[in-house]
Design a binder for this molecule. Structure first.
Ligand code: ARG
Length: 299
């Protein structure tokens, strides 16, 4: 073999070898992936995400996808002759909007199932209604009634354990029932976080439209690769954090304080961001680690 080819081949082997300790460490472990943002809208990116999650499944991890509706809900609300209304970033959800949201989210779930099945893995899409997975109460936005928007009060993960045990890849959309059995829409980040806590996931990964957490939100060269949970708390307390990142970082801290080992904030616009984060030492986004976790990232 030519020297150049030999080097290339070796490089490929090294990539696989770098993945080895992670394959070992995360084998049989639950990894919750919050799937949303651009990676849901762009068909190519969608394919990459599904390939990544399917690969995680096939090497022995137990991924669970929690997805939002992307722009689909607004599109269908508009198609029905209504105006999408947002109050403090939350969708005002009257009865008609809730009906549309539920139809759209269930449909998105089935479309993800189809993509996973195409790759030869068995998937099942459910909503938080199924098996009593997500119980909610009505949420108010700074005292304002915003309709059927729910905050999670209880998670019963039995349905997820059952699906995982039977080797299915669970795909969950963020809808839940309240005590009166009314249907509510839930923020997908919150749903992913609550599920990761309930199943004591090894990892929770957020696919977002941002590279990760920046030291200085104005400086796009200041991406932070790793943070301990205490460092994350300090960063929050310093107030030097971009608006959109604030709730996200709060969720990360909440997840880690409640038993999730690592949370990753990833740029879903980068093809195969999940594989690049999980199977390499340096990753590509921001990893937030529990205090007990040693920083196992090598230069
Ligand atoms: N953004 C980072 N520094 N990521 C490090 C990732 C390390 C390892 N691959 C993991 O999944 O835990």
């Amino acid at each position: 073999m030519e020297e150049k080819n030999m080097a290339e081949v070796l490089e490929k082997a090294e990539v696989l070898i770098e993945a080895l300790p992670y394959i070992q460490r995360f084998n049989r472990k639950i990894i919750v992936v919050k799937y949303g943002g651009s990676a849901m809208i762009d068909e190519e990116l969608k394919k990459h995400v599904i390939q990544d999650v399917t690969l995680l499944k096939l090497v022995g991890f137990k991924p669970i996808i929690v997805h939002g509706g992307g722009k689909e809900i607004s599109k269908w609300v508009e198609k029905s002759g209504m105006e999408p209304v947002f109050i403090n970033g939350l969708r005002k959800t009257d009865e008609a909007t809730m009906e549309i949201a539920e139809m759209v989210l269930n449909r998105v779930g089935k479309s993800l199932v189809t993509l996973v099945e195409e790759l030869g893995v068995k998937a099942i899409s459910i909503s938080g209604k199924d098996g009593g997975l997500l119980k909610v109460q009505k949420k108010y936005s700074q005292g304002k009634d915003i309709g059927y928007v729910g905050e999670i009060t209880e998670v019963d993960p039995k349905i997820l354990y059952d699906l995982l045990e039977k080797d299915f890849l669970p795909i969950v959309c963020p809808i839940g029932l309240d005590e009166q059995f009314d249907t509510y829409n839930i923020n997908a980040d919150d749903a992913a976080c609550a599920i990761a806590k309930a199943v004591q996931a090894e990892k929770l990964a957020f696919l977002t439209d941002i590279e990760g957490v920046y030291k200085d939100p104005q400086d796009k060269n200041s991406l932070i690769s790793e943070l301990t949970v205490n460092e994350a708390k300090e960063l929050l307390a310093s107030g030097n954090i971009g608006g959109g990142m604030l709730p996200k970082l709060n969720s990360c801290i909440d997840a880690i304080m409640n038993g999730v080992s690592r949370v990753h904030i990833l740029d879903g616009r980068i093809a195969h961001c999940l594989l690049l984060e999980i199977f390499t030492n340096k990753g590509i986004g921001t990893a937030i680690l529990g205090e007990k976790e040693t920083k196992f990232y090598h230069e």
